[in-house]
Design a protein around this ligand. Structure first.
Ligand code: NAD
Length: 477
């Protein structure tokens, strides 16, 4: 049975309760995790608070950075083991899992080398004064992460927090927490002091709620659904702490008639089928200039009909989705499209002979989807692309901004002026031009506007989110 990780120790829940871990491949149980609750969260928050005033809190920025870099190296040294674990727990194809572990290592490398590069300031002030602006950690930071990229999300959330000297308590998703636990063990092996990293497994409404409401935390970062994001923000407000929310998206590709279609089409396809569509930044809406709509749909249909779904070992384009609820969610949206007589332009292929109890869904390209349809408004979190067309640039921008979300977008055009106008007019935290979601983006500030959330992760801005300035005004005459 997997154990969780508190104060440098692998432990069971204090209650002894466990949760079953089911394989997305066939729905069968293959492990158990501790069902942590409030008592376990209390222990983890206490351990983190103690770490701040003991070995962990006494390290210099350079020493913290070196530990993070070492952890990145350790992740790379255990790359295949971690990728197998990630694929087994989430159902990802092995190639995706391997990429995720490479990006995870990159988070530790990037923030490890950044820990001593965020400086304070000395400000000019009145004669006889020296003013120092110090940058300090927030204290205990809480991180509630989802199941779609457990390894990457762990790295993205905790690496900057640790680099700045915070101690972390993580509540991974009950559907995928085996890699986060293993990474905490690797962190212990490279020398992270006890209490610096704590992982409490369990249900969202138990361990997750207990962590977000805990008076001993000083910051919380949450990635997941809007419904839970609101609960987390409410809990943060009660404790008057800062909260970063990353709540997903309905990211559009805006494609103009002059774009390089041969470059765009495979990237657009990849942008929705990657990770079986379970990606907050999935490019789930396609907004195409009417003159090339038939042409792009024909090319995309060809791509979609070749998308193959199988087990992680088969290493095809898509694996199963993470759980039964997620499979039913994707199927529900496809039925909604059918009820509204929306064109199913093309579908991928589920490999024959897969277990019936596995969580496989059919990648689908939908055509001429009205902007107000649910498939165009709600996050399906599956490999379903909704296409629509436009006449004018203004109409394209209105469609791109026509949902509650604002996480990521892409603009496809060779016209330089239009690249600038459209990317400035789209409300989103990131806009790609003639590209989409390249390279993991560890270096690139990331986060949402509108209902996609607030606060920034990735890049150097994340270091600012998990720290605060203190202005010291010294009169010395
Ligand atoms: P969720 O929001 O319920 O779960 C995300 C995390 O929050 C998990 O760790 C979970 O245990 C925790 N959690 C759940 N209830 C909680 C509570 N009351 N207090 C504190 N923490 C709590 O997401 P889900 O139900 O697993 O997925 C539902 C939908 O959310 C998906 O279909 C998708 O649309 C969206 N989602 C988005 C992302 C993203 O990356 N933005 C990730 C996962 C899911």
């Amino acid at each position: 049975m997997a154990k969780m990780f508190i104060n440098g120790q692998s432990v069971s829940a204090q209650s002894g309760k466990v949760l079953d871990v089911l394989s997305p491949v066939d729905g069968k149980k293959f492990d158990e995790i501790p069902r942590g609750e409030k008592a376990d969260i209390d222990l983890a928050v206490t351990a983190a608070n103690n770490a701040l005033v003991s070995a962990w809190g006494k390290l210099t920025a350079l020493e913290r950075g070196r530990l993070l870099v070492k952890l990145g190296e350790k992740v790379l040294a255990n790359h295949e083991e971690l990728a197998l674990l990630e694929a087994r727990d989430t159902g990802k194809p092995m190639t995706t899992a391997r990429t995720d572990i490479t990006v995870l290592a990159r988070y530790f490398e990037f923030y490890g080398s950044g820990s001593d590069k965020i400086h304070g300031m000395v400000l000019p002030f009145l004669n006889g004064y020296t003013v120092n602006v110090l940058r300090e950690p927030l204290g205990v930071t809480a991180h509630i992460i989802p199941w779609n990229y457990p390894a990457q999300m762990l790295g993205r959330s905790i690496a900057p927090a640790l680099a700045m000297g915070n101690a972390v308590v993580v509540k991974p998703a009950e559907d995928a927490c085996l890699t986060p636990i293993r990474i905490a063990e690797l962190a212990r092996d490279v020398g992270f002091p006890e209490g610096a990293i704590n992982i409490v497994t369990g249900l969202g409404e138990e361990a997750g709620a207990a962590l977000s409401e805990h008076p001993g935390i000083n910051f919380i970062s949450f990635t997941g659904s809007n419904e839970v994001g609101v609960l987390v923000q409410r809990a943060a407000a009660k404790n008057v702490i800062k909260c970063v929310l990353e709540l997903g998206g309905k990211s559009p590709h805006v494609v103009f008639g002059d774009c390089d279609l041969d470059r765009a089409v495979p990237i657009i396809t990849r942008g929705i089928i990657a990770n079986t569509g379970q990606t907050c930044t999935a490019g789930s809406r396609l907004i195409v200039e009417r003159s090339i709509y038939p042409q792009i749909m024909e090319k995309l249909a060809k791509q979609f009909s070749q998308v193959k779904v199988g087990t992680p070992d088969m290493d095809l384009d898509c694996g199963p989705v993470v759980n039964l609820a997620q499979r039913e969610r994707v199927e529900f949206f496809l039925k909604e499209a059918q009820k509204s007589n929306i064109d199913v332009v093309a579908q991928g292929v589920i490999s024959p002979g897969l277990p019936k109890e596995g969580y496989y869904v059919t990648p689908t390209l939908l055509g001429n989807v009205p902007i107000n349809h649910r498939c165009n408004q709600e996050e399906i979190f599956g490999p379903v692309l909704a296409a629509m067309s436009f006449e004018t640039e203004a109409e394209a921008i209105a469609l791109a901004n026509g949902t509650d979300y604002g996480l990521m977008a892409a603009v496809w055009t060779e016209n330089g002026g239009r690249q600038q106008r459209v990317s400035k007019s789209i409300k989103a935290g990131q806009v790609y031009i003639n590209s989409f979601g390249a390279g993991g983006g560890v270096e690139l500030p990331f986060g949402g506007v509108k209902k996609s959330g607030h606060g920034r992760e990735k890049g150097f801005l994340a270091l600012e989110e998990v720290s605060a300035t203190k202005t010291v005004i010294n009169y010395h005459g």
